[in-house]
Design a protein around this ligand. Structure first.
Ligand code: IPD
Ligand code: CA
Ligand code: CA
Length: 258
């Protein structure tokens, strides 16, 4: 079965999942639990959204695998075959506290190559999509390619306190930039860079589902995605992440490395 059928069904399921999440918010039907610590939250809606995708994928594509945050997929360390990388709600703290600024994130990889990506900001009404080699879009409008020579002094950067604690050399980056912005959802932070609303996003610790879709969309518009030290970032491995427009990525690595 080709990517066209996968794309068609992925869109249908995202729309349905988005409607269900919207209804759960309207009905205030949200049960919250803490996972590893009091700020690492999961809700009944995160779980039911991932379960919905797990069932749909198993029914329609039994040979595909799911790599998802809430454990309805498989333990996956390599990307053979077709793998759906899903974060059912990225930004769960925002979902619980703000009822906005969260997204469903879905990246589809074939033999390790990111082919299709979707980030659905349900309350913000923004549906980001990319198909490898065919451009990236928000609500069907093509996202322009990023400028290659932006400078840090003219840029907004997204770097949270945990990242500055782990990478103290990022403090002077914040001081040199035009300003600091924080959204609290890695996927939307990736999309801020992809759409030019910010020029760099540094995070100390992301998981495959946080970056599976964002990396595909960001790279499609020419953003550079690496680890903080500039080395290759494999999406199957948890770790730090550094995405930026090309000029700002090069400037930070050149002038602000440890
Ligand atoms: C989290 C968010 C947050 C990032 C964390 C992620 P979740 O995802 O993307 O912005 O700083 O590292 O775990 O738990 O809301 O899906
Ligand atoms: Ca996440
Ligand atoms: Ca999540």
């Amino acid at each position: 079965m080709g990517l066209e059928k996968i794309d068609q069904l992925a869109r249908e399921w995202l729309e349905e999942a988005g409607n269900r999440i919207f209804m759960a918010l309207e009905q205030a039907n949200i049960e919250v639990e803490a996972k590893s610590d009091r700020n690492d939250l999961v809700t009944n809606v995160d779980k039911s959204t991932e379960r919905y995708f797990a069932e749909k994928i198993a029914e329609n594509f039994p040979e595909h695998r799911l790599l998802g945050e809430e454990g309805y997929g498989e333990e996956i360390t390599s990307l053979e075959g077709i793998v759906w990388v899903l974060d059912p709600i990225d930004g769960t703290v925002n979902f619980v506290e703000q009822k906005r600024n969260f997204a469903i994130s879905l990246g589809i990889y074939q033999e390790g190559v990111g082919e299709l990506a979707y980030i659905y900001d349900i309350v913000g009404g923004e549906f980001y999509f990319a198909k490898r080699g065919e451009g990236a879009f928000v609500n069907d409008v093509e996202i322009p390619k990023l400028a290659k020579n932006n400078k840090l002094e003219d840029s907004l950067v997204i770097i949270n306190t945990a990242s500055v604690r782990k990478f103290p050399h990022m403090l002077p980056v914040i001081q040199a930039a035009r300003g600091l912005r924080l959204y609290g959802a890695a996927t939307l932070e990736y999309m801020a860079v992809a759409t030019g609303r910010a020029d760099a996003y540094v995070s100390a610790n992301l998981s495959p589902w946080d970056i599976g879709a964002g990396k595909i969309i960001a790279e499609e518009v020419g953003a550079i995605v690496t680890r903080v030290d500039g080395s290759e970032m494999l999406i199957t491995e948890k770790g730090d992440s550094f995405v930026a427009s090309p000029g700002v990525h090069a400037e930070i690595l050149r002038d602000y490395s440890r």
